[in-house]
Design a protein around this ligand. Structure first.
Ligand SMILES: Cc1ncc(COP(=O)(O)O)c(C=O)c1O
Length: 380
């Protein structure tokens, strides 16, 4: 079954008695038992629910995985992966991971005596240097947020495997439509489904996908115990949203490529970060590893942080807001928004200057989007 068919059909066969084409919303916290000898397939929604099960079938299918687990948010999915670790373990992660993941590692894992080292996402050899005897998890994110660096997944997973560490990859920016890390030897894929997978900015959610059956019991037991699973209505909305992932991504990519090319030629722009531009330092690796370059573009505006803020405040179609991956275009100023959890020095060290704006290029008409960027840049 090909990608679009999976998003529309997996787990969603019309079933008797009414044979609904869209899976019903089982908005129930609890399910009745017939007797005590035969527990029902679902008994309590924190542990499992038929609407969630349909979505989990889609999640597994689109990442070519055997198993899928729906989570209440992307951060819940990060926490579930980290529950595999114990005090005294060590993680290695790229320097420019999502700010919320960085905060979780720095504040909560450190409190549990789990140490984290960071490496340059573009250099697998730097990952090798950070590995220690107690490294149990290599966390990857590619393209990175917000500088869109590309990490060589195969090179990193082979280093991690050599060290006996599990690899988990945040595939939120690329989406399973453009990149399948399990096929490149990763052990666990993680998504904030709040973004492209749901795609309509009306649900927060997360997902984990994996192949190794040995991971199933610890991951699902943690989710059931911590209660970080989503409610049925959020699953139902996401089932609806994910059906159009393939066609949305095609349009996101077309618009992002056009916006990146326009920005690169603009006199008020210092630098554009987009893996689809031949000038991107890992353009060739992105071409090899991904099936397209995604919908995120970052731009450094000439004139520093104040100029970038003026642009962010001046766009009309690009809404100034957190998040990404929805049908509508958004602009974000990382120091106060996505990367507020990092200090200015930490941001500078990973190449996020105050002049950088992150654009989530939506699927509106591209001419309107470019006109909007042009008018806002005039205020830089
Ligand atoms: C790359 C990435 N990973 C994880 C998250 C966290 O996801 P959520 O907000 O659904 O918890 C985000 C949120 O912006 C993100 O951009």
């Amino acid at each position: 079954m090909k990608f679009s068919t999976k998003t529309i059909r997996l787990g969603q066969e019309p079933t008797p008695p009414y044979k609904p084409v869209m899976p019903p919303l089982y908005q129930s916290a609890s399910f009745a038992w017939d007797d005590l000898d035969n527990p029902p397939p679902f008994d309590y929604t924190r542990a499992g629910n038929p609407t969630r099960a349909a979505l989990e079938e889609v999640y597994a299918g689109i990442e070519n995985a055997k198993f899928g687990l729906a989570q209440s948010t992307g951060m819940a999915a990060v926490a579930t992966v980290c529950s595999l670790l114990q005090a005294g373990d060590h993680i290695v992660a790229p320097r420019d991971i999502y700010g919320g993941t960085f905060r979780y590692f720095q504040v909560f894992l450190k409190k549990q005596n789990i140490d984290v080292s960071y490496f340059d996402a573009t250099r697998a050899d730097c990952l090798a240097e950070e590995i220690k005897p107690n490294t149990k998890l290599v966390w990857l994110e590619t393209p990175t947020n917000p500088t869109l660096k590309i990490c060589d997944i195969r090179a990193c997973t082979s280093i991690a495997k050599g060290a006996g560490a599990t690899t988990a990859l945040d595939n939120t920016f690329a989406t399973p439509y453009l990149q399948n890390p399990l096929d490149l030897s990763c052990d666990i894929v993680m998504h904030s489904t709040t973004k492209y997978i749901n795609g309509h900015s009306d649900v927060v959610g997360g997902a984990l996908m994996w192949n190794d059956e040995a991971l199933t019991a610890p991951l699902t037991l943690y989710a059931k115990s911590a209660g970080n699973t989503p409610g049925p209505f959020d699953c139902w909305l996401t089932l609806r949203g994910v059906k159009t992932l393939a066609i949305r991504m095609e349009r996101h990519m077309q618009n992002a490529q056009a916006a990146a090319e326009f920005l690169q030629a603009h006199s008020k722009v210092e630098r554009v970060h987009y893996p689809g531009l031949p000038s991107h330092p890992q353009h060739e690796l992105a071409k090899r590893q991904m099936r397209g370059f995604g919908g995120m573009v970052s731009v450094e505006v000439k004139g520093g942080g104040e100029a970038a803020k003026r642009v962010a405040k001046s766009t009309k179609l690009f809404i100034l807001g957190e998040s990404l991956g929805g049908v509508e275009s958004l602009v974000c100023w990382p120091p106060m928004m996505s990367h507020a959890a990092m200090s200015e020095d930490e941001r500078a060290a990973i190449g996020i200057p105050p002049s950088l704006l992150r654009l989530s290029v939506g699927i509106e008409d591209v001419d309107d989007l470019i006109e909007d960027l042009d008018a806002a840049l005039a205020k830089a």
